[in-house]
Design a protein around this ligand. Structure first.
Ligand code: F6P
Length: 319
């Protein structure tokens, strides 16, 4: 391989820049040229790219977001869009591609690989819902943002004897809500993986109120319900006054944690070296601290759930 392409695609996550830096510098170390496509697959379809050198990724390891920009590209979901992308990659002399992104982006990577372009995916999504890796890039950083926010909300919650219903991201996955509940000492985590009973939750919160506990925190994953809906069902039944906070896109920003910087650096290097060794249609992931390759078909066909142990822990410790 003499020239590879790299892109960041889908919802951004903190640590994408660190992964990009590792991809670029590893490729250069192997004397392989790197084209950085702008705004994910739309950069490939519209031939928008930058030729990257070592300096173009200087000073980015600590920066959130992505210097290559990102997008969710509808056109690439069509066969015509994919054909156009493949044609452009061949015309540009790209021998292989590294895709940094979440579920939808890895689906795109699989499509490219099926059309004969060597591709390796790197999991990056705050949701941590990607099979084939214990953690996806950005999940730890988002979790730390949530924990900081909830710690602050607990100060005001306890001053006013209030319950806060806090909505966090996680389209189909309760990872962020469950892990933040453990780390923040929240009373309840409502996640899409588990059916919830609002009557029981209300009883539990009211019992706490009667015991004179000064505040309650309910974390809701957006994929399970909206904080507004939960609030409608709980207010007036739990003793506490309620307030709602939707953390929203705040969770996707900020400097990546040490964990995410190192994870991204390892995955970036291994993605390039896997491509150079002739691998394709696979994702690099970290499982029990080892870097492993998993077929994209398996990654995309397997549902990753929050560990049952973590779900039990939120329940036991929230009493
Ligand atoms: O997939 C990552 C994610 O942040 C989800 O948690 C969230 O539902 C979604 O992206 C939001 O997407 P957008 O930024 O396009 O609104």
């Amino acid at each position: 391989m003499k020239r590879i392409g790299v892109m960041t695609s889908g919802g951004d996550s903190s640590g994408m820049n660190a992964a990009l830096r590792a991809v670029v510098r590893t490729a250069l170390d192997h004397e392989v040229e790197v084209f950085g496509f702008l705004r994910g697959y739309s950069g490939v379809i519209n031939k928008k790219y930058e030729v990257m050198d070592s300096k173009s990724v200087s000073g980015v390891i600590q920066r959130g977001g992505t210097i290559l920009r990102s997008a969710r590209c509808e056109e690439f979901k069509t066969d015509e869009g994919q054909e156009r992308a493949v044609g452009n990659l061949r015309e540009l002399g790209i021998d292989g591609v590294v895709v940094i992104g979440g579920d939808g982006s890895l689906r795109g990577a699989n499509a490219l690989s099926k059309k004969g372009i060597p591709v390796i995916g790197i999991p990056a999504s705050i949701d941590n819902d990607i099979f084939g890796t214990d953690m996806s890039i950005g999940a730890d950083s988002a979790l730390n943002v949530i924990v900081d926010a909830v710690d602050m909300l607990k100060d005001t919650a306890s001053s006013h004897d209030r319950a806060f219903i806090i909505e966090v991201m996680g389209r189909n996955c309760g990872y962020l809500a469950a892990m933040a509940a453990i780390a923040c000492g929240a009373e309840v985590a409502i996640i899409p993986e588990i059916t919830f009973d609002l009557d029981k939750i209300a009883e539990r919160l009211y019992a706490r109120y009667k015991e004179g506990r000064t505040n309650s925190i309910v974390l809701v994953a957006e994929g399970a319900a909206s904080a507004y809906k939960i609030d409608e069902q709980l207010k007036g039944r739990i003793g506490y006054e309620t307030r709602i906070t939707v953390l929203g896109h705040l969770q996707r920003g900020g400097s990546p944690t040490v964990f995410d910087r190192i994870l991204a650096s390892r995955l970036g290097r291994n993605a390039v070296e896997s491509l150079l060794q002739g691998e394709s249609g696979k994702m690099v992931g970290q499982v029990r601290n080892r870097i492993v390759l998993t077929d994209l078909e398996e990654v995309l066909g397997t549902c990753k759930m929050v560990d049952l142990e973590m779900i039990e822990l939120t329940d036991i410790l929230g009493r």
